[in-house]
Write a new protein. Structure first.
Length: 214
């Protein structure tokens, strides 16, 4: 192939990618690239121990939505934007709220310690592929909750960056944190806060070194 034709092919591919709003791992670390906050997913979540305090099915459903709402209501505390190097994020938590509303929440309960770390990255990819992103494009950020474990007082969350155009996972990393606070909502929201704090203080920079390609 001639140099001229090669350049044409490269230009075509670049334009095609731009038109499709192609996003790669490196774009997560570019401040000028917007990120959309999609909220907390509970598709494969296990709530381990403390069954009685979670209450009825209706109570659990309310909690799933309340955790998403709290992050929006207290942005100074749950500063997801700052954690991922952005001045602000677009918030489209109805994506996860509507998805979570269809889940069989009573199947989330467990008393088995083996259910603490039971989700694999391939499971996260399957979850992400099954979402309706409401026509949103570009990079999305979702916290895929693996478990809230009262037995050892720790929660596990996959921090997941998504190409919403293709429904593909750009990368996902598991982080664990301790819950803190009074009441079921605040107690496990404390775990989410702990994960956000870890991202801001250390993890985002570590991921930059791992995934960023200039």
């Amino acid at each position: 192939m001639s140099i001229h034709k090669t350049l044409l092919v490269i230009s075509f591919l670049a334009l095609s990618c731009h038109a499709a709003n192609c996003q790669g791992k490196s774009d997560v670390f570019k401040k000028e690239v917007p990120i959309t906050w999609l909220g907390l997913d509970f598709t494969n979540t296990k709530l381990i121990g403390d069954r009685e305090r979670f209450g009825s099915e209706s109570d659990v459903r309310h909690l799933l939505e309340a955790w998403n709402s709290l992050i929006l209501q207290e942005p100074d505390k749950f500063d997801v934007a700052k954690a991922v190097g952005r001045a602000k994020l677009e918030n489209v938590v109805e994506v996860t709220n509507e998805h979570n509303a269809e889940l069989d929440v009573m199947s989330m309960f467990s008393d088995s310690e083996k259910d603490y770390l039971h989700v694999k990255p391939a499971d996260v990819e399957q979850i992400i592929a099954g979402y309706d992103y409401k026509g949103k494009t570009g990079i999305g950020l979702m916290f895929v909750v693996e478990s809230f474990n009262k037995i050892n007082e720790e929660g596990s969350i996959y921090v997941t960056f998504i190409n919403m155009d293709s429904k593909e996972v750009l990368f996902t990393e598991r982080l664990v944190a301790e819950p803190k606070g009074f009441g079921m909502r605040n107690f496990w929201a404390g775990c989410v806060y702990g994960v956000i704090t870890k991202i801001q203080k250390k993890e985002f920079e570590m991921w930059r070194k791992k995934y960023f390609r200039p």
